[in-house]
Write a protein that binds this ligand. Structure first.
Ligand SMILES: NC(=O)c1ccc[n+]([C@@H]2O[C@H](COP(=O)([O-])OP(=O)(O)OC[C@H]3O[C@@H](n4cnc5c(N)ncnc54)[C@H](O)[C@@H]3O)[C@@H](O)[C@H]2O)c1
Length: 367
């Protein structure tokens, strides 16, 4: 019975879906387990993941058992498993830094973060918590734009000597200086910014690749996204958006036959629509020229529940990180990062990233 002991920073909607999923797949067999890319990754099943520590800064989450905190407001993702057993893991107060954006104060508490009154934790306390809990991997789910906070927690992971899965777009795995720090300590890292199972990014990439393979010249494209969760509310502060836009745009640019002029490509979170909650809607348009320079265009609308869509990938990223720990591999895990993340250090088309990741899991890569 090998287990994977993880710590989570940011007990928001994505963490909720991940933890619900770990519970949901208990008692299932590979044949009736719907919604997974892999039932087993190197012998690890979804339910082999144990969350042993968690950090947040919200009054309604800090101090509560993780099994309750994941359902506390402002979390609003769908509940597909309400029988999450008590974990005996209280959510601990983290360090706020730039995790909270002031523009949120203008919204109802039910829809936004509310900072807890507890004293903020120091780096030494968080490192001690990570060590005491014997966590092996820190999974990062902080809000977009939390540059300082992400670096603070990445430092904690380095100091505690544990792996890091960076699910959001502050660049750590794809920043050579940070990647080097993980490499030097022999600690595996997967990042940055998780690519959902069937989300706007992978669909846009696959369609762009299709245009290229079918000889259609893509001339202009947009991808507009709306949602009503705190991720979208947070991103109303445009000053926090730079790395998210870069991550999403580069994910598409990198698979084009010819990069588009920046005026011809528009990709990003577009608006916050409160009643949408965790439902994300993507409007995608691609304009091109086919045989004889004849124009064509494609319009697509994708509607998905945002957080389970990302958890279905995070559950594999965590297991790949654990495989690296088992095998004594440190530094950036290039193949899993390319397949699971929007902004990996090495961008390759998704088919190739998939093949490389399968090889990694079999032990034939990055060993
Ligand atoms: N849903 C997806 O498909 C998807 C895809 C790619 C990336 N992401 C990214 O993953 C991240 C998490 O998404 P989410 O929907 O769970 O967000 P969320 O807003 O639901 O959760 C963020 C959590 O972080 C907490 N937090 C804020 N500052 C903190 C700090 N300093 N220390 C500890 N906790 C802090 C908040 O209280 C909240 O609980 C976001 O950056 C999002 O952009 C999500």
């Amino acid at each position: 019975m090998r287990k994977i002991r993880i710590a989570i920073v940011g007990v928001g909607n994505c963490a909720s879906s991940l933890i619900q999923g770990i519970e949901y797949y208990k008692g299932k067999q590979s044949g009736d387990a719907v919604g997974l890319m892999h039932w087993e990754v190197g012998g690890y099943r979804p339910t082999d993941i144990d969350v042993v520590a968690a950090f947040d800064i919200d009054r309604r989450k800090v101090g509560r058992d993780l099994s309750e905190a994941i359902f506390a407001p402002p979390n609003c993702t769908t509940t597909f498993c309400d029988a999450v057993l008590r974990k005996n893991v209280p959510v601990k107060m983290g360090k706020v830094l730039d995790g909270f954006s002031d523009h949120m104060r203008g919204y109802k508490e039910a829809c936004r973060f509310v900072i807890a009154d507890e004293t903020e934790a120091t780096k030494e306390e968080i490192v001690r918590d990570l060590e005491d809990s014997r966590a092996e991997i820190l999974v990062n789910y902080l809000p977009v734009g939390s540059e300082e906070a992400v670096k603070f927690y990445a430092d904690c992971a380095l100091e505690a000597g544990i792996g890091f899965v960076n699910n959001m777009p502050v660049f750590i795995a794809s920043n050579p200086a940070w990647a080097e720090r993980f490499g030097a300590k022999g600690i595996p890292i997967i990042g940055d910014d998780i690519k959902a199972q069937i989300g706007a990014t992978i669909v846009h990439r696959v369609l762009a690749d299709l245009f290229r393979k079918r000889g259609v010249r893509l001339e202009r494209t947009y991808q507009l996204n709306t949602g009503g969760n705190t991720d979208f509310l947070n991103m109303l502060n445009r000053n926090r958006l730079e790395s998210k836009s870069e991550s999403k745009t580069e994910a598409v640019q990198s698979v084009l036959a010819k990069r588009l002029d920046e005026d011809d490509i528009h990709i990003g979170p577009s608006d916050y629509v409160c009643w949408q909650k965790d439902n994300k809607v993507c409007f995608l348009r691609m304009e091109g020229k086919l045989f004889g320079d004849v124009p064509m265009h494609l319009e697509m609308r994708l509607s998905v529940e945002d957080s389970p869509n990302s958890a279905g990938v995070a559950i594999d990223a965590i297991r790949c990180c654990k495989l690296a720990l088992d095998r004594g591999i440190g530094g950036v895990l290039y193949s899993p990062s390319a397949y699971f993340m929007k902004h990996p250090p090495l961008q390759v088309p998704d088919d190739e990233a998939y093949q490389r990741t399968e090889e990694f899991i079999r032990g034939a890569r990055e060993s």
